[in-house]
Design a binder for this molecule. Structure first.
Ligand SMILES: NC(=O)c1ccc[n+]([C@@H]2O[C@H](COP(=O)([O-])OP(=O)(O)OC[C@H]3O[C@@H](n4cnc5c(N)ncnc54)[C@H](OP(=O)(O)O)[C@@H]3O)[C@@H](O)[C@H]2O)c1
Length: 261
C-alpha cells in the first residue's frame, strides 16, 4: 500500500531512541522528509549516520527540551522556516514511577508542563499551516494507562488522560479541514524506558529483572513485549493518506494487554 508520504514533511518528537526513533525510521522508509527532534542530538546523528546517503539526506536533526517552552518555540520556528510539518508525531519522555499518594504538586506541574502543555503549544503553532493547506496528520503517543491505569505510574496515568481529552477535542475542531488527530497507545513495547521500569520493579519487589519480565509477559495475551517496529507501523499508517477517515481515535498497540472491550 502506498501511504502517500513521499512528498510529506514529518516532525517526530522524542526521536533519539525507542518508539520515536522507530517511527522516524519508518517514515524515512516511506520516502518522507523527517525532522527528528530530542535533547540528545548525538543519538539522532548516530542513527542517521547508519542510513544510506539518499535517506540520510532527508533527515534533519533538531534539539528540543519539551520541559522548556522557549526551546519548543525555537524548534517550531525552525520547522516553520523549513515550510512547516504535514505530519506531527507528538512523543516524548515518560515520568518517573510512583503512586498518587505523596506525589508533590511540583511533580504534577512539571509532568503537565513537559508531557502535555508543551505538546498543546507546539501543535497549536504547527496546525495553522495545516489548516491553510487543508491536509494534516497529528498522531500523539499515549499509553495503555489511559484506558487501564498502570500501577505505580500515577503521573503518566493522570496526565496522559488529559492529553487524550485534548486530542479528541482537537480532532473534532479540525476534521473539516482535512486534518486527522489520533492517539496510539503502547502497552509494553521493548525500549529503554520499559527496561528501566522493569528494573525499578525488580528492585522494589526484590526480584530479578528476568522474573519481572516473565511475570509481565505472562499478563499479556500475546505473551511477549511488542517491538518498536510493530508500534511504528501503526503510527505510520495513521500518518498516511489512506487513513484519511480515521480521526479522534485511540488505537491500542498492546498485544491485547488492555482487558476491556
Ligand atoms: N515503550 C512502551 O511500551 C511505552 C508504554 C507506555 C507509554 N510509553 C510512552 O511512550 C513514550 C515513548 O516511549 P519510549 O519507550 O520510546 O521511551 P524512551 O525510550 O524513554 O524514549 C523517550 C524519547 O523522548 C525523548 N525525551 C525525553 N524527555 C524529553 C524532553 N524533556 N524533551 C525532549 N525529548 C525528550 C527522549 O530523548 P532525549 O532523552 O534525547 O531527549 C527519547 O527520544 C514515552 O512517553 C513513554 O512513557 C511507552
Amino acid at each position: 500500500m502506498d501511504l502517500g508520504l513521499s512528498d510529506k514533511r514529518v516532525l517526530v518528537l522524542g526521536a533519539s531512541k525507542g518508539l520515536g526513533q522507530a517511527i522516524a525510521l519508518a517514515m524515512v522508509a516511506e520516502g518522507a522528509t523527517v525532522m527528528a527532534a530530542a535533547r540528545s542530538v548525538e543519538r539522532i546523528e548516530a542513527w542517521r549516520g547508519a542510513l544510506p546517503p539518499e535517506a540520510a539526506a532527508r533527515v534533519s536533526v533538531h534539539e528540543v527540551d519539551l520541559a522548556e517552552i522557549a526551546s519548543v518555540d525555537r524548534l517550531v520556528d525552525a520547522v516553520l522556516a523549513a515550510g512547516g510539518a504535514n505530519v506531527l508525531i507528538n512523543n516524548g519522555g515518560g515520568p518517573a514511577p510512583g503512586g498518587v499518594v505523596g506525589t508533590p504538586t511540583e511533580a504534577w506541574n512539571k509532568g503537565f508542563a513537559s508531557m502535555a502543555a508543551s505538546l498543546f503549544h507546539l501543535t497549536d503553532r504547527l496546525i495553522k499551516p495545516m489548516i491553510e493547506k487543508r491536509w494534516g496528520r497529528i498522531v500523539t503517543i499515549g499509553s495503555s494507562g489511559i484506558e487501564q491505569p498502570i500501577p505505580n505510574l500515577a503521573i503518566s496515568n493522570a496526565i496522559r488522560a488529559s492529553v487524550a481529552g485534548w486530542s479528541k477535542s482537537l480532532a473534532n475542531e479540525v476534521a473539516e479541514h482535512g486534518i486527522t488527530v489520533n492517539m496510539v497507545l503502547p502497552g509494553r513495547v521493548a525500549t529503554e524506558r520499559v527496561e528501566s521500569l522493569d528494573q525499578n520493579r525488580a528492585s522494589k519487589t526484590n526480584q530479578s529483572i528476568d522474573a519481572v519480565r516473565l511475570q509481565s509477559r505472562a499478563e499479556i495475551p500475546a505473551k511477549r513485549y511488542g517491538t518498536p517496529e510493530e508500534f511504528a507501523a501503526v503510527v505510520t499508517f495513521l500518518a498516511g493518506t489512506p487513513a484519511s477517515y480515521v480521526t479522534g481515535s485511540m488505537i491500542r498497540v498492546d498485544g491485547g494487554a488492555i482487558r476491556s472491550i
